[in-house]
Write a protein that binds this ligand. Structure first.
Ligand SMILES: Cc1cc2nc3c(=O)[nH]c(=O)nc-3n(C[C@H](O)[C@H](O)[C@H](O)COP(=O)(O)OP(=O)(O)OC[C@H]3O[C@@H](n4cnc5c(N)ncnc54)[C@H](O)[C@@H]3O)c2cc1C
Length: 488
């Protein structure tokens, strides 16, 4: 039986990001992916929000994505655009880039890091015991892992087999999305009617078209067919425009559910396996990739015996509330999609509110992921929030904070007296950097905050401790997040 420290079921964006995070810190990780190639058929996510770009920048790979897409103000709520160009981040924008390209670039990174991918087969079951998990594959092979992570999408076999509840709300709307050819000139663009929203647009290749159509009925349980698409088009437009030759055809709904637990002993869930919701606002892929970045370093430290396995409980504690906030905001946006006059009045009211500066900043920070705040207790506003990518002055010249995070290791940034902090018992794990920062400290939506004299930054870029001229609480924070001190 082949052994790996961590096996990831599913090589979508979440699984790829997690594999990269683990491989960066030399954990023996493998992916099992049902698809034979990483080409994603059809369109799903249309791009990246600001915080996801920052996350990729923390690993030094943001340019790979930025060079392939179109930078734009992509954040919005129920159709109201939310401009973030005045936000204190290097990436005060989003990126328009189809998911197929996002996955291709992530897969390239994971390949460079040497992660083995068991392609063209699926995980069919598993059994966990006190020391590991036996993972069954559809080709009859078995893998043994210390941990198994289900990144296997909304219908997650891992979640179901682990017996993890998936409470939430059944769908109220159903859409077909397809890439097809047609024989007649259609009505281009978006149409709203009593059924919902529909659109027809040309694909980048110029030949085929992308169809989005709301179905008359909710609750289909079979895979969609060309006939379903034709009928849905006729119901809306009175014609199917001679639709034929689909290269992709799928159905999505506004089903909204979240796993009750992100961990069952040696089995964890991330991405759509842990939460599903309507695509409004473009948050699913972002949430999954950021789940992966929260989990990766914790899992690595547990596998490497640096930290006790209780560190893994902080994954649920931190990430469950994040998706629990995404779910209702997508539900609200679905309601605001409705075309009737009363809903339109409500949409216009929301839009007027979001035109005011304070609501705009709050919602924009939420939709772009820049306001994420893990509850690490009382203290400086930076505690539990993202570390800004400041330009630091060091003895070796100018340095960006994110550069320090490229290899996914924690950093203690000393902005006070050089040499004023001593972390010898953690020096094997935590980089100590003496630096000066001459600018102001400003956080998205919160505004200016007082300048700290030191910050302890986790590998995921969130602040674990803030110093105010003393080392009070630093040893505790180092132990909590990066394991007990090494004996002298
Ligand atoms: C129409 C639409 C538009 C969207 N737009 C956006 C957007 O603009 N922005 C955004 O952030 N999100 C968007 N999303 C959501 C986004 O597509 C998902 O959140 C994202 O793909 C989740 O990634 P994942 O890796 O967690 O799961 P998935 O992408 O579902 O990947 C799961 C992977 O697991 C594999 N797999 C499944 N079962 C097994 C098994 N048993 N063994 C091995 N492999 C298995 C699958 O083949 C797949 O590759 C949209 C979704 C839809 C449907």
């Amino acid at each position: 039986m082949t052994e790996h420290a961590v096996v990831i079921a599913g090589g979508g964006p979440t699984g790829l990001m997690l594999a990269g995070e683990l491989a960066l810190v030399e954990v023996d990780v493998a992916i099992v992916e049902r698809r034979a190639s990483h080409d994603l058929i059809g369109s799903r996510s249309g791009g990246l929000h600001s915080r996801t770009i920052e996350i990729l920048d923390q690993r030094g790979i943001a340019d790979r994505f930025l060079s392939q897409g179109q930078v734009a103000q992509v954040a919005g709520f129920a159709g109201t655009p939310l401009d973030i160009s005045d936000f204190p981040t290097r990436h005060n924008y989003g990126l328009a880039l189809w998911q197929t390209h996002i996955e291709r670039i992530l897969a390239g990174w994971v390949d460079e890091l040497g992660v083995p991918v068991y392609r063209g087969r699926e995980v069919t079951g598993f059994a966990q015991d006190d020391t590991g998990v036996d993972v069954e594959l559809s080709d009859g092979q078995s893998l043994r892992a210390e941990y198994l992570v289900g990144c296997d999408g909304g219908r997650s076999l891992i979640r179901k087999a682990a017996g993890i509840e998936f409470p939430g709300w059944d769908p109220t709307t159903s859409n077909l999305i397809a890439e097809v050819e047609i024989t007649e000139e259609p009505e281009w663009g978006i149409r709203r009617d009593a059924l919902g929203i529909h659109s027809l647009s040309r694909l980048e290749d110029g030949g085929r078209i992308r169809v989005l159509v709301t179905e008359q009925h909710v609750g289909a349980t079979t895979e969609p067919t060309l006939r379903d698409l034709s009928e849905a088009l006729i119901a809306v437009y009175g014609t199917d425009y001679g639709v034929h030759s689909p290269t992709s055809l799928s159905r999505f709904t506004d089903m909204t559910r979240q796993a009750a637990a992100y961990r069952d002993r040696r089995v964890l869930l991330a991405g759509d396996a842990a939460h599903v919701h309507p695509p409004d606002g473009g948050q699913g892929l972002q949430t999954g990739v950021q789940d992966a970045v929260n989990l990766g370093w914790k899992l690595a430290q547990v596998v490497n015996r640096t930290s006790p396995e209780s560190l893994l409980d902080t994954y649920h504690a931190e990430r469950h509330p994040v998706a629990a906030r995404v779910l209702p905001n997508t539900m609200a946006q679905v309601v605001l999609r409705r075309p009737d006059e009363r809903t339109k009045a409500l949409r216009d009211t929301m839009s007027e509110l979001l035109g005011m500066d304070e609501p705009r900043r709050r919602f924009a920070a939420m939709m772009s992921g820049l306001d994420i705040h893990y509850d690490l207790g009382e203290g400086h506003p930076l505690l539990g929030r993202r570390m800004p990518d400041l330009d630091l002055v060091t003895a070796n010249g100018l340095l960006r904070v994110f550069t320090l995070l490229h290899d996914a290791r924690p950093v203690l940034l000393n902005l006070g007296e050089p040499g004023g902090l001593d972390i010898t018992p953690w020096a094997d794990r935590v980089q100590l950097v003496d630096a000066k920062y001459l600018g102001t400290w400003e956080l998205p939506a919160l505004g200016p905050v007082t300048a700290p004299t030191a910050v302890l930054i986790r590998p995921d870029g969130y602040v674990a401790w803030v110093g105010d001229r003393t080392q009070l609480g630093l040893a505790d924070a180092l132990t909590t997040w990066f394991g007990p001190p090494t004996a002298a």
